[in-house]
Design a protein around this ligand. Structure first.
Ligand code: F6R
Length: 262
């Protein structure tokens, strides 16, 4: 794991954007595939990618975007449904074509239809040749995607119940807690692990405990984000507040400084 700690959220976003661009530059032979998280954490990263496009350093014209997850049961077009969120906060910002955005079909009704939607999503990712770079945030309870504590480390895209903590945390996007869906479709931890590079962004002291548990604690389903330890190309971009619980901080800073001159 590469652990990059920056003084503030803006610099964190810039470094995460560089990690995304360098990962995409090594793409497999097909069109690039960028895995997209929603929530607050990656917004600065998406804006930094937008600035790279404006500066002529990046172009997402042929890129496919693949969402991590989607709520179940929101009416189509709901502004907090992740398709709408990604259209606004990614497609509109980095120039990703809306028809190249893949989101699990959370409008499927009933468990058989949702299972079929999950299987179709896995098949679509495979058809695209897999995800080159997956952008991730982390829940305060250590979730990754919507893989809540207790999720199998090898899990695939499926329906998950959202934890009470996650529903409370996400109530800020809705008119109230009662409006937050109870279920979602999420890529599994096994699905996420197949992306060629993982880029996690976390800022703020509310994430410090989850970050420390994920990076320096045991690999355990109780902290789903600890599965990052299993991936050979993970870049973790933190600000000082989110890094506050790390014990091996000096080593990460020394490693990030690179090889000595000469
Ligand atoms: C979003 C997602 C979640 C969020 C996490 C952090 O697609 O899958 O894992 O990344 O809940 O959310 P924020 O960034 O809003 O704190």
């Amino acid at each position: 794991m590469e652990i990059l700690v920056s003084p503030d959220p803006d610099r964190t976003a810039e470094r995460a954007a560089e990690a995304v661009l360098s990962g995409l530059a090594r793409t497999h032979s097909g069109d690039p595939v960028l895995g997209l998280a929603t929530g607050s954490s990656p917004l600065g990263l998406y804006r930094a990618l937008g600035r790279a496009v404006d500066a002529g350093r990046a172009d997402f014209g042929t890129t496919h975007g693949v969402a991590l997850d989607e709520y179940v049961g929101l009416p189509p077009g709901h502004p907090e449904g992740y398709r709408q969120v990604l259209l606004r906060e990614v497609c509109g910002v980095i120039g990703l074509a809306p028809e190249r955005l893949e989101v699990p079909d959370g409008s499927a009704a009933g468990s058989a239809a949702l299972e079929a939607a999950a299987a179709a999503y896995e098949a679509r990712i495979a058809e695209l040749g897999g995800v080159d770079v997956q952008v991730l945030g982390i829940g305060a309870n250590g979730h990754l995607g919507f893989n809540e504590p207790g999720s199998a480390l090898t899990s695939r895209t499926r329906v998950k119940r959202l934890s009470a903590r996650t529903r409370r945390d996400n109530a800020r996007f809705f008119t109230g807690l009662d409006d937050v869906p109870t279920h979602c479709l999420t890529q599994g931890l096994g699905t996420i692990l197949e992306a060629r590079r993982l880029v996690l962004v976390a800022t703020g002291d509310g994430k410090a405990d989850a970050v420390a548990a994920a990076i320096e604690g045991p690999l355990t389903a109780s902290v789903p984000a600890s599965v990052l330890q299993w991936h050979a190309d993970t870049v973790v971009c933190l600000d000082e507040a989110a890094a506050a619980g790390l014990r091996n901080r000096q080593y990460y800073d020394d490693s990030a400084a690179g090889l000595p001159e000469g």
